[in-house]
Design a protein around this ligand. Structure first.
Ligand SMILES: [Zn+2]
Length: 461
């Protein structure tokens, strides 16, 4: 029975139903779950481990709803720096075709280190090419060493160039193998229970890289096992043109056609969606992983996140990437969501005062999207807020730092308005994975060295 007591927390943001913010309080975690919150008799005097969090603001752990860990090996590739999505992909596919199982391991740990240091406690990843004997297992095993919760998406590509798709035939797989491997992974790893550290998701890559048949069969298989479905959708105008020409539908209508609508589905991006399509997401429970850094980097557009939230769509944050961001800083991404939403509001008249001016996203709303929002998108009710009975997943920032100087009128908003910082403490299921701003389970300098060697080999061929 391991217990961890966090004492004297300056501000604890619960993100519970009342959005309570508690001052000078304590939080006790027992066996991975929150046992007590408060400063009264419910808080014990001691525990197996006690940390004093005076001068710290504590948030629920942030949740990342979209990523491609392996792409940390191909950040800032010169030929892909100034390209839109389709040209960026065509440049990178041949480089990614050289990935090995060891590259998957190294890049997984690099991405998770960056995520953990920037406040993430649960990460979703989308791995959709498996060259040279690579498997999703390589990622799952590497992640287990770091100690973060993982929603590992078994991605796939089956529509190669010769069949009218975008990727070269060398990186696509047969549908028979994709479905067989998906089933094996679910049966081997998927844990749907509260406190789950690993869940499997089925994730054909995008409308322009898999067949209609694979979309349908993936949905059928996922529903047989009760696992979630994920794909890229409505990211660019190119994609919309492709779907209209290839399938006779816009992307969202195509999803309806292939039975990919429901509360077990979430889409990355959803930049190019209209009011009716967003209403459909709200009515049916389809979630959206908003990736503002990637959308800006590739010039994809501004996703209408505030409208989605008004309509009741579940929205989370995803760093995407890391070749299209080129960062895995989750707190920084939540800040970009706030700022990009304000650019969108400005284009709709927010810079002119008046009752009909669109509202600006607040720091607290950005935090809500990155916590409760992400949990809803991933279909979890055991994470995303700090309440008795929920997972002991939380992060803490020391408020005594240069970047927050002069911002302590509102220590909850400061991390979103000021330059994004790394956390001082990150706890997942009551276990400390970042302490004093350092990864507990990883030798980061050694990892950086291995990562740069692997990146160089990939690019040089
Ligand atoms: Zn993506």
């Amino acid at each position: 029975m391991a217990t961890l007591l966090l004492k004297n927390i300056e501000v604890l943001v619960t993100m519970d139903a009342q959005r309570r913010e508690l001052h000078k309080t304590n939080l006790l975690i027992k066996d991975g779950f929150i046992k007590a919150i408060g400063d009264g008799p419910e808080g014990p005097e001691s525990a197996d481990q006690v940390l004093d969090l005076s001068d710290h603001v504590v948030f629920p752990g942030l949740i990342n709803t979209h990523h491609h860990f392996y792409q940390t090996l191909t950040r800032a590739v010169p030929k892909a720096q100034n390209a839109n999505l389709f040209n960026w992909l065509v440049t990178l596919y041949p480089i990614w075709a050289r990935l090995t199982p060891e590259d998957i391991r190294i890049s997984t740990q690099t991405a998770l280190a960056e995520l953990a240091l920037s406040g993430c406690t649960t990460a979703s990843d989308h791995l959709y090419l498996f060259p040279n004997g690579s498997k999703l297992d390589d990622e799952i095993h590497a992640a287990a060493e770091v100690g973060m919760r993982l929603h590992a998406s078994r991605g796939s590509m089956s529509l190669g160039e010769s069949k009218g798709g975008l990727p070269p035939d060398s990186v696509v797989d047969t549908e028979e193998h994709i479905l067989k491997d998906s089933q094996r992974l679910i049966e081997t790893y998927h844990d749907p229970n509260p406190g789950s550290m690993i869940q499997i998701v089925l994730a054909p890559c995008s409308p322009f890289s898999v067949t209609t048949e694979l979309m349908r069969q993936s949905a059928q298989l996922a529903r047989e096992y009760g696992v979630h479905l994920h794909t890229h959708l409505a990211e660019t105008q190119d994609e919309e043109d492709f779907c209209l020409e290839m399938f006779g539908h816009k992307p969202v209508a195509y999803m309806q056609e292939v039975d990919w609508i429901g509360d077990d589905v979430w889409f990355a991006h959803s930049v190019h969606v209209n009011h009716d399509e967003m209403s459909l997401f709200a009515q049916t429970g389809c979630g959206v992983a908003h990736c503002p850094g990637s959308n800006m980097r590739l010039g994809s557009g501004i996703a209408p996140i505030m409208t989605m939230r008004e309509l009741g769509v579940n929205v989370g944050i995803g760093v995407d990437g890391s070749a299209s961001n080129d960062s895995s800083h989750l707190l920084g991404e939540a800040r970009l969501a706030m700022l990009l939403s304000r650019v969108g509001a400005g284009l709709q008249g927010a810079s002119r005062s008046g009752e009909d001016a669109p509202p600006l996203m607040s720091g607290r709303q950005a935090l809500e999207i990155a916590t409760r929002g992400g949990a809803a998108v991933l279909g979890r009710d055991d994470i995303g807020s700090l309440e008795v009975g929920k997972c002991g997943d939380l992060i803490a920032f020391n408020l005594n730092r240069l970047e927050y100087a002069g911002a302590l009128h509102d220590p909850v908003a400061a991390p979103f308005f000021c330059t994004p910082q790394n956390v001082d403490l990150n706890i997942v299921g009551g276990k400390i994975i970042v302490k004093d701003g350092q990864m507990v389970n990883l030798d980061v300098p050694h990892l950086i060295q291995q990562h740069n060697q692997a990146a160089k080999r990939l690019l040089n061929g």
